[in-house]
Ligand binder design. Structure first.
Ligand SMILES: *Cc1c(COP(=O)(O)O)cnc(C)c1O
Length: 220
């Protein structure tokens, strides 16, 4: 079995190659290592190999493993990449450094309140449901630009980017292209897109970060 550290290195090489092929700057793309369902014991060697940016999709699960790891490695950057319930906003703001999944007014308001209360400076993304899938989180593409503006103007949230999860069965390219277009229209710079199966494609479409889980940690 290949270790997570070996697989991390393989993913890093493939990202670097994809950057070169797309004529992007070396290091233009941040690797977010998605560690959901894996415990601290599995994550630690990956941190020790130098990886510092991680993603988790559940607040409660992250609370069980990251406070200890963050105390041991203070320069860790933790991203929330799963849906956020407003009753978890307080915990999410306390633990995460980046929240990628703002997709409705109520969450924007709740986050703004908690960020002010806790005096934290988080980096924030709006999640867009590029495939308009009924079961999937994210704001509708046609509402995305206005929603980013409302996050800024009504809630005082500095949104820095957009995030999407394309429909599993579809060619992801058009979804990545749509996210890039919406980000330009909304005036935000960062694009969180691409997972284990399609991160090289996402790099070609301008991703500034890719969220890779199983290609590093193995299947869940
Ligand atoms: C689990 C997850 C990932 C990583 O998926 P892999 O296919 O394992 O790389 C990326 N983004 C989100 C939002 C996820 O929930």
């Amino acid at each position: 079995m290949t270790s997570a550290v070996e697989q991390l290195h393989a993913v890093q090489v493939r990202i670097a190659n994809a950057e070169r092929e797309a004529e992007r700057k070396p290091g233009a793309v941040t690797l977010v290592a998605v560690s959901k369902t894996f415990d601290a014991e599995h994550i630690r060697p990956v941190i020790e190999a130098g990886q510092r940016v991680f993603g988790e999709n559940r607040v409660q699960e992250a609370q069980g493993k990251w406070p200890g790891l963050k105390a041991a490695f203070p320069d860790i950057e933790l991203h929330l990449i799963g849906p956020l319930q407003s009753n978890k906003a307080k915990e999410a703001v306390a633990l995460f450094d980046v929240i990628e999944t703002i997709d409705r007014e109520k969450i924007a308001a709740e986050l703004a309140k908690e960020i002010a209360k806790q005096g934290r400076s988080l980096r924030l993304y709006v999640q867009v449901n590029t495939g308009s899938e009924p079961q999937k989180a994210g704001i509708e593409p046609r509402e995305a630009v206005a929603f980013v503006q409302r996050c800024r103007d009504v809630h005082g949230l500095a949104i820095e980017g957009l995030m999407c999860i394309p429909p599993a069965e579809e060619n992801p390219g058009p979804h990545f292209a749509l996210l890039e277009k919406l980000a330009r229209e909304a005036g935000v710079e960062k694009l969180s897109m691409g997972m284990s199966g399609d991160y090289e494609t996402a790099v070609a479409f301008g991703a500034t970060s890719v969220r890779v889980g199983s290609a590093i940690f193995g299947s869940r």
